[in-house]
Design a protein around this ligand. Structure first.
Ligand code: ACM
Ligand code: ZN
Length: 552
């Protein structure tokens, strides 16, 4: 008898130990789903016997299925084959992806896990992709024969339709693989817009067939200032650009991850690289030199010349062929108008189009408005819309222009009051080129400032400056990564991780569902995934946030 009891006890201990060792998924990921309802039943066992079903003949769903298979294998070592299916009958024992038009928001997902199988449904393939990301992030990281998926319903829907990250590939140039990895990082976080800064004073980074000197000449500078605009220049020729084939490849890669790339061709300022290539585009005629310093340059496009307007239209003709995005970003920031004041052609244009200074708006500010309107109308004829930086609000631009609010949230609020759509990207706290702490001595050189993880998390895009009937103009928010001081890919990743996680959560969750301490408790598992992919991140943001800034 004693022997029997001992045997039973030992067997029970073995079962318990074996159960304890089977790793379990945890659906409390970042961003947190809106619903996690446990279902009282046995759990689902994920093994290499499971298949991933997707609707026959649907290429997007086929790609979704193979991405899910890749993610599961990456994180757990379990290989699942994918299989096209015609009906729901093959769901037992498998993961099934299917479209359900009853789910309202196209980006919303619904996951149901029972012992019989896992179903991920959404009304569009994009929603399925977000469900896949949630399942992916819930998985334990390691090499396992079996993973337990607890029985549950898990559902979510993003608060904002515009969930953006920006990347400056001008101040420092990063090639195709780095941009693709940036898109991978965005996909993991449920972000859906990449604002790609491709032209500026320090380089022109997009091949334009009609104007080859833009990249041949404008793609290269003779050296780069050391530090924060010190008088010392490294004297090293620096540059590079994306060919149109590379751009098409990146755009496709992004689209496969439900990310739209919005290119920015900044105008009429931040154009010294183009002026160096084609000096006749400037007011003085040059010579110009691709800039090796950071900041705002006085030389901008001469909009008194018809030739300049034609140049911009020609460039945009090629840009819109490359980027299917509805939006084209035409910059408009930091455009000093000193050259226009002294330029007979620009002054003649002011007369010809009947511009008169109005109150605080100089004739030259209104000339920028006139120029922007020409370009806006041109793009509208081609079926596109423009985004511009908030300086456009001072130039009387039509309200169909969407405003990117960077000099704080107030310009965005003003824009929304006037009837513009707005994307919030205020320097504080959404400039990710800023430090993540006020204790900067151990940090990689950054622009300056301090935007901690918590400051990002606490940001509210819909400012209470706005009355209820204007709030729908806030389309979402975006973090910007300018790269004056970011020279390599690990530094890109360090600047954005884990702050992108905080941004993602504020863009997906309703404000009342946000909880910073809870977010911090969920973050370490996301970081396990960063580690798995060898992405660089700021580890101190996880463990020492209290040292980052007093108000944390
Ligand atoms: C900007 O940071 N100049 C938009
Ligand atoms: Zn001029």
């Amino acid at each position: 008898m004693k022997h029997l009891i001992m045997t039973c006890l030992m067997a029970a201990t073995l079962v318990v130990t074996a159960m304890a060792q089977v790793p379990r998924a945890d659906y409390r990921v970042v961003p947190l789903p809106d619903v996690i309802n446990g279902i009282k039943s046995a759990d689902f066992k994920l093994t290499d016997q499971c298949l991933i079903n997707y609707p026959t003949g649907n290429r997007d769903m086929e790609r979704n299925a193979s991405m899910l298979s890749g993610y599961i294998e990456d994180l757990t070592g379990i290989h699942l084959s994918t299989r096209p299916t015609l009906a729901s009958k093959d769901r037992t024992g498998n993961i099934s992806l299917f479209l359900d038009p009853k789910i309202g928001n196209g980006e919303a997902y619904n996951i149901v896990v029972t012992p019989r199988g896992v179903e991920i449904s959404a009304s569009t393939p994009a929603g399925i992709f977000y469900g896949i990301q949630v399942l992916r992030k819930s998985l334990p990281v390691g090499a396992f024969p079996v993973v337990i998926l607890p029985a549950a319903q898990v559902a979510g829907s993003p608060r904002f339709g515009y969930r953006g990250m920006h990347l400056d590939c001008v101040r420092h140039f990063f090639g195709v693989e780095t941009v693709k990895r940036y898109l991978d990082i965005m996909a993991l976080h449920g972000m859906n817009r990449l604002h790609w800064h491709l032209t500026d004073d320090q380089g022109w980074r997009v091949e334009i067939k009609k104007y080859p000197r833009l990249t041949e000449v404008g793609g290269w500078r003779n050296g780069t200032t050391l530090g924060h605009n010190s008088p010392v220049n490294d004297g090293i020729r620096y540059g590079g650009y994306f060919t149109q084939d590379e751009i098409r490849d990146i755009v496709r890669y992004a689209a496969d991850r439900y990310i739209t790339i919005i290119p920015e061709i900044d105008m009429p300022g931040h154009m010294v690289a183009a002026l160096t290539a084609y000096p006749e585009l400037g007011c003085t005629g040059g010579p110009y030199e691709v800039w090796g310093m950071w900041g705002v340059h006085d030389d901008i496009l001469c909009v008194g010349k018809d030739h300049t307007i034609q140049f911009v239209k020609d460039v945009l003709d090629e840009v819109i062929q490359l980027f299917p995005s509805d939006y084209i970003h035409i910059g408009g920031d930091e455009s000093p108008r000193v050259r226009w004041q002294d330029c007979p052609r620009c002054q003649q244009r002011i007369k010809d189009v009947g511009i008169h200074a109005e109150g605080k708006k100089s004739a030259e500010a209104l000339l920028q408005g006139w120029f922007t309107t020409q370009i806006q109308q041109y793009l509208v004829e081609k079926g596109k819309r423009i985004i511009g930086w908030d300086e456009l609000l001072g130039c009387e631009v039509d309200t169909s222009a969407t405003i990117m609010s960077w000099r704080g949230a107030e310009p965005g609020a003003q824009g929304a009051l006037q009837g513009h759509d707005v994307i919030m990207t205020p320097v504080g706290p959404l400039y990710f080129d800023y430090y993540q702490t006020d204790k900067t001595w151990n940090e990689p050189t950054a622009f300056g400032g301090c935007n901690t993880l918590k400051m990002v998390y606490d940001f509210e895009p819909v400012t209470d400056m706005l009355p209820a009937d204007k709030r729908q103009h806030i389309l979402g928010a975006q973090a910007n990564l300018w790269t004056e001081y970011v020279t390599c890919e690990p530094q890109i990743q360090y600047q954005v991780l884990p702050r992108m996680a905080a941004l993602a959560e504020l863009l997906w969750l309703q404000p009342e569902d946000k909880d910073y301490q809870d977010f911090k408790a969920r973050l370490p598992h996301l970081v396990e995934i960063y580690k798995h992919y060898n992405w660089t991140y700021r580890a101190k943001s996880l463990i020492q946030e209290n040292e980052d800034k007093a108000q944390d």
